[in-house]
Design a protein around this ligand. Structure first.
Ligand code: EPU
Length: 439
């Protein structure tokens, strides 16, 4: 999917070979904050969201909500007031910059009975289909017209339905939830996504007065209510950010205590790290990961899967880590159909990785990585290249670091504080240059 260039870009310079040591506090989850901000449309009362990560995606969602006529004030702690929202049309210049605007479809239909959102095209990590979102909303009574560029929907009153997903979709589940909470009657979602951010959205909607059962299971039952009210909610910790730093220290060596986090959301990831030879200790709201660089990592195969499986959003980072393992690791990507863009950039740094079809890649460790110039293709590939650069000999220069800012709050500052040699330099952006988007 093509989109306008970001307003600001920067380049990361990382000198590898330093071990990481110290504490990192994890920010709130981007993928929870986005649907939770969209939920503000469902009430004319104020919604207070705490622990919203200061990343470009949440800033963009704030701009979109303001453009719809609402207010979004604050920084980290947001006060959202959508009483004065008037339009149900999300403009292309904002909506087209982020795939998660599809979440506004269910919320706008619930609020106004109509919605217009830019069409989220396929992007670099796969087709990113949305037919399950649309099928569910149509079952609930929405009339939806799709063109190549937009999706336009309207409905007199949404009606609860029995909705079956043929595979669990995260934003699809969230879209149906946002539509169902104000629908007439009961909606049942079968094969619902169970990711921590989906559960967190359910908890927020519950505080607003929604009636949702089965939270955290694959069957969600929503009994529609006539009105929702305001609420205050603290966005759940970002298990993907926590997992990224856990993998980084296992790859580079050293020991990190990862605070403000939920190790229970990372069971499979932490298991893999232990099997690979890292030391893991978990407590309530924190965990610690360490590895002595004298002991080489073991190659441990990994397949991504919907939660509670190994998250696709940590696959690239895991691959970067396995370049340091002693032998071949098979990595299988079963969630997105084309998520190996990081391979060509890792290869520039000396990684030996063979991609086999669309689903499998084999990392031929141990690889001696060396610093070089690479271009970040997307947010999680960016995190993977940072990890590779931490393990590489010499200096790496990572261009297009704006991708990382979409979902990692202050990555440079957090890594520098635990011993990484990392700096960030702002670079000019050609406003006419097209850039590729977005998770
Ligand atoms: N799918 C369909 N039909 C649909 C919906 C999905 O075939 O109607 C397929 C997709 O093509 C994909 C798979 O199902 O192969 C999973 O897609 P899903 O709908 O769950 O992904 P998403 O909702 O578009 C969210 C996250 C992604 C994350 C995926 C999977 C947000 C804003 N985005 O995307 O996050 O990879 O779930 O967990 O929550 C990221 O943060 O880096 C990121 C890409």
């Amino acid at each position: 999917m093509k989109g306008p260039a970001p307003r600001q870009d920067h380049t990361l310079r990382i000198t590898g070979g330093m071990q990481l040591a110290g504490d990192i506090c994890v920010s709130g989850s981007k993928n929870a904050a986005l649907p939770e901000m969209a939920a503000s449309l469902l009430t004319t009362d104020a919604l207070r969201l705490n622990n919203v990560p200061r990343v470009t995606d949440t800033a963009l969602m704030g701009e979109i909500l303001t453009g719809l006529g609402g207010r979004c004030d604050g920084d980290g702690s947001l006060l959202l007031k959508m009483a004065r929202a008037r339009t149900s049309r999300v403009p292309d210049e904002l909506g087209g910059r982020m795939r998660a605007t599809i979440l506004l479809l269910g919320a706008l239909l619930g609020r106004f009975g109509q919605a217009r959102v830019p069409r989220p095209g396929g992007d670099d990590i796969g087709a990113r289909r949305i037919e399950q979102h649309l099928r569910g909303l149509r079952q609930m009574g929405a009339r939806i017209e799709e063109t190549e560029t937009e999706i336009v929907a309207e409905v007199d009153r949404l009606r609860g339905q029995r909705i079956v997903f043929d595979l669990p979709t995260v934003t699809g589940t969230e879209n149906i939830l946002l539509a169902a909470v104000l629908a007439e009657g009961r909606t049942e979602i079968f094969n619902a996504a169970r990711e921590p951010h989906v559960q967190d959205l359910c908890r927020l909607l519950g505080k607003m007065g929604a009636r949702i059962e089965g939270i955290g299971t694959e069957r969600l039952v929503v009994d529609g209510v006539r009105d929702l009210g305001g609420a205050e909610h603290t966005v759940i910790a970002d298990y993907l950010e926590a997992g990224t730093y856990a993998i980084a220290v296992a790859a580079a060596g050293g020991e990190l205590r990862i605070d403000c986090s939920r190790p229970e959301d990372l069971n499979v990831v932490l298991l893999k790290l232990e099997l690979a030879g890292a030391h893991v200790e978990a407590g309530d709201g924190w965990f610690r990961v360490g590895r002595r660089t004298r002991t080489r990592l073991k190659p441990i195969d990994m397949s991504t899967w919907a939660y509670p499986g190994f998250p696709t959003d940590l696959q690239a980072q895991y691959m970067a880590m396995m370049t340091q393992a002693d032998g071949d690791t098979v990595i299988s990507e079963y969630v997105h159909e084309n998520r190996f863009q990081h391979v060509s950039q890792l290869a520039r740094m000396g990684a030996g990785v063979t991609v086999e079809g669309r689903l499998h890649a084999v990392v031929h460790g141990p690889c001696r990585l060396h610093g070089t110039e690479v271009a970040i293709p997307d947010i999680r590939s960016g995190a993977a290249l940072v990890i590779a650069a931490l393990c590489a000999e010499g200096e790496s220069v990572l261009h297009h670091a704006w991708h990382v800012d979409r979902g990692y709050e202050n990555l440079t500052g957090k890594l520098a504080a635990v011993g990484a040699q990392i700096t960030s330099t702002i670079v000019d952006v050609d406003p006419d240059a097209p850039s590729r988007t977005y998770e």
